[in-house]
Design a protein around this ligand. Structure first.
Ligand code: NAP
Length: 259
């Protein structure tokens, strides 16, 4: 299936590794010129090279922290009129809410709610004027099924989801859609780091721990980031113009509800 987005431009945030990288790769394979950003230069430049080699599209790599005003300004200077915006950033740390200060809350809300809203604000009117736009926010399965120790994430991402639900109905008339993709457990650096700590705490090898954890997922395995990237590319396709304000769970069947 040709997704009909060849020659479009995308700004993909937090994309040197993991889910953001996979989204950028899948979009590039569809012929989309991508601007990718992350804070660390080394992995970013390697990813830019890999994407260019795999797709032949123009890849711009920008070292920036997207949660800062300077980082967002640099991102928009590097890609001023994206047709596609993929919002992503690192997730807040786990913990007990009794230990979180106001500053901890502001940091989480800034990174996982206000940063994507700022980027939407800066790009959506241009998309509306050009009659094409696709905005995808990478959120989390914790929006549908809260994860106790990730209260900062549950809350900040739910705030973004609520905001998007309203705006997405306003933009779709202009062929600008806004959707969220909710990852379950994908084998990325972030997950590996977390599970390595968990395995140590449980006194088992990482291999034993991964095996046990993967069996809890109905699919019997962790997600492959490429699967996430491919869904993102479809949501950004020309064909997906009638899909907006949705929350797509991609979790190998983990969410237990009927709806
Ligand atoms: P990852 O493998 O650790 O990759 C994170 C990427 O984001 C890296 O490229 C990182 O590069 C970049 N990044 C982080 N903070 C940034 C910032 N402030 N500004 C710019 N770039 C930044 O993580 P992932 O697993 O792909 O997770 C992506 C998002 O999905 C996170 O918010 C995570 O909480 C959420 N999520 C993931 C899963 C999962 O199973 N993987 C499940 C639920 C939710 P630098 O560090 O160099 O900046």
């Amino acid at each position: 299936m040709d997704l009909g987005i060849r020659g479009r431009t995308a700004l993909v945030c937090a994309a040197s590794k993991g889910l953001g990288r996979a989204c950028a790769m899948s979009l590039a394979r569809e012929g989309v010129d991508v601007t990718i950003l992350a804070r660390g230069r080394e992995a970013l430049e390697k990813t830019a090279e890999d994407i260019h080699k795999a797709s032949g599209v123009k890849v711009t790599a920008l070292v920036a922290d997207i949660t800062t005003p300077e980082g967002r300004a640099a991102a928009l200077a590097a890609c001023p009129q994206p047709d596609i915006l993929v919002n992503n950033a690192g997730g807040p740390p786990p913990g007990d809410f009794r230990n979180w200060s106001r500053e901890d809350w502001i940091k989480a809300v800034d990174a996982n709610m206000l940063t994507p809203i700022e980027l939407i604000k800066a790009t959506v009117d241009g998309m509306i004027a050009r009659k094409f736009g696709r905005i995808v926010n990478i959120t989390s399965n914790s929006v549908k099924a809260p994860i106790e120790e990730l209260g900062l994430s549950n809350a900040a991402r739910s705030g973004l989801t609520g905001f998007v639900a309203g705006l997405a109905r306003k933009t779709v008339r202009h062929n600008v859609t806004i959707n969220n993709i909710l990852p379950g457990q994908f084998m990325t650096d972030r997950l590996k780091t977390r599970l390595t700590v968990n395995a140590k705490e449980a006194g088992v090898t990482l291999e034993q721990y991964l095996d046990k954890r993967s069996q809890v997922i109905p699919a019997g395995r962790f997600g492959d980031p490429n699967e996430f990237g491919e869904l993102c590319a479809y949501v950004c396709s020309a064909q997906a113009a009638f899909i907006t304000g949705q929350n797509f769970l991609i979790d190998g069947g983990t969410y237990p509800g009927t709806y």
